[in-house]
Design a protein around this ligand. Structure first.
Ligand SMILES: Cc1cc2nc3c(=O)[nH]c(=O)nc-3n(C[C@H](O)[C@H](O)[C@H](O)COP(=O)(O)OP(=O)(O)OC[C@H]3O[C@@H](n4cnc5c(N)ncnc54)[C@H](O)[C@@H]3O)c2cc1C
Length: 434
């Protein structure tokens, strides 16, 4: 079969790997000048780094299987991670139940209550009942006003913004907690997080090498403008040309897909499903520093005054030796494209952020900054509402021979490279079967 794939992210590349291994003739079209999509990388300080911070959980078994099948069985290194929260002017570690008891901004009784509720949630296997209620409502009810308003509300507001924070279902929090917990169970003490030795680029490069051997054609800097089905032959329209395929797999986000496929307008139920989610963009500011900001890898900010959501110190997970001894810190935000943070240029963003970095570490000084990078990553986070399981678009779209696999179909888990790999394999099998 001749198969066209739109998008060279983890989903598209994994699908191409499975399809071409089965002898199909695969062509990939990618808008960006590089492969990897949200998991793409760039060079910095003699090392390679993701545009957006990336790690794996021990429960991410699909990507581990893929990596092993690519001939890289020991690529992923597992390291103890350190998680914390910044609240009421200080950093609190959250690596163990004991840490929770030391969370002094909360009344002791509320710390106990938080501990019990989190443990209870971690023991729950049925996520379906949690998709019927919003996280905001559930957490406020179960944890009480103080813990909700001090910890969870700023986190939800920071992650989803004022218009969406109270729409997100509790199943989203359930999913996050459960992946983390599985990573804890396997860790000797605390949580273990994985990172490919040499970065995610090693996985991407190996995939690209095998795809090349399998004669998969990859066209970078080649946006697809239109997808059509005429008498069951699929036509892709590019800038100046058209190409024909037997089947098409689209891995682009729902809103882009809707623009690419006018014929989907004949299928209002599917359109309704595609339209049932919103997307937030990630604004990622990367600081390359002489010194670390803290000793925490993943620091959530639970302070509504802060103009950012989290501080992820990559080199508190991976040795700074990989980057000439320099320290790499991501300052992150998820916002809509009309948010002032999204519109700020990098100079203004740094001016806005730095006073708050100094609140986290009063010794921090601009002279520590060696260089900075700024990435605005579109459609970084799909946001689903309650009862989304009824609205997930099917992989086999109602337009014959058009298949869809994107981050809006990962549920109840949140988007991630592991699920992109799982979905890429699944949809490739479905496409070959039907
Ligand atoms: C800030 C951030 C942090 C993350 N952290 C983690 C993490 O710690 N661990 C983890 O496992 N995952 C993480 N993820 C998620 C992970 O990166 C994604 O889930 C995964 O890479 C998605 O892969 P994909 O192929 O489905 O989509 P994408 O990577 O979005 O690929 C879709 C591709 O389609 C292309 N495209 C769009 N329009 C067109 C067009 N018209 N024509 C041709 N091509 C087009 C895009 O350029 C893109 O390359 C993170 C993501 C972000 C943004």
């Amino acid at each position: 079969m001749r198969i066209g794939i739109i998008g060279a992210g983890m989903t598209g590349l994994t699908a191409a790997y499975h399809l071409s291994n089965q002898g199909h003739e695969v062509t990939i079209f990618e808008h960006a000048p590089f492969a990897g999509g949200h998991a793409s990388t760039f060079e910095v300080q003699g090392g390679i780094l993701e545009r957006g911070y990336h790690h794996l959980f021990t429960s991410d078994t699909d990507i581990q299987e893929l990596v092993a099948s690519l001939g890289l069985p020991s690529l992923i290194e597992w390291m103890p991670s350190s998680v914390g929260i910044y609240a009421k002017g200080a950093i609190y570690k959250l690596n163990s139940p004991l840490d929770l008891l030391k969370l002094s901004p909360l009344k002791f009784i509320n710390r106990l209550r938080l501990g019990f509720v989190l443990k209870y949630l971690q023991l729950q296997k049925n996520w379906r009942k949690y998709e019927q209620v919003t996280a905001a409502r559930w957490l406020r009810n179960k944890l009480g006003k103080q813990a909700y308003e001090m910890l969870w509300e700023p986190l939800l507001l920071g992650k989803f913004g004022a218009t969406l924070y109270d729409k997100v279902p509790m199943s989203w929090i359930w999913g996050k907690l459960n992946t983390r917990v599985k990573s804890r169970e396997t860790g000797a003490s605390g949580e273990l997080l994985g990172y490919p030795s040499g970065s995610f680029a090693v996985i991407l490069d190996k995939l690209l090498e095998i795809l090349d051997k399998n004669q998969v054609k990859i066209h970078l800097s080649t946006p697809v403008h239109k997808i059509e089905n005429h008498n069951n032959t699929m036509t892709i329209t590019l800038q100046d040309t058209q190409q024909q395929f037997d089947k098409i797999l689209s891995t682009v986000s729902n809103d882009i897909l809707l623009n690419l496929v006018p014929q989907l307008q004949n299928h209002p139920k599917y359109i309704e499903k595609l339209n049932s989610i919103s997307y937030l963009s990630a604004v990622v500011e990367i600081l390359i520093l002489e010194k670390p900001i803290s000793d925490v890898y993943w620091l959530n900010i639970a302070d509504a005054k802060f103009p950012f959501l989290g501080v992820i110190e990559h080199t508190n997970l991976i040795s700074a030796e990989n980057y000439n001894g320099k320290h790499i810190v991501y300052i992150t935000n998820y916002v809509s494209t009309d948010h002032p943070i999204f519109k700020m240029d990098e100079r203004k963003l740094l001016e806005t952020y730095i006073p708050f970095v100094k609140l986290i570490n009063p010794d921090f000084n601009e002279s520590w900054i060696i260089e900075t990078f700024n990435f605005k990553i579109g459609r970084a986070q799909p946001v689903m509402g309650v009862n989304y399981s009824h609205n997930i678009p099917e992989h086999a779209s109602p337009l014959k021979n058009l298949y869809v696999a994107n981050t809006a179909q990962i549920y109840p888990e949140d988007r991630g490279t592991n699920y992109a790999v799982r979905m890429g394999k699944y949809v490739a099998e479905q496409l070959m079967r039907t």
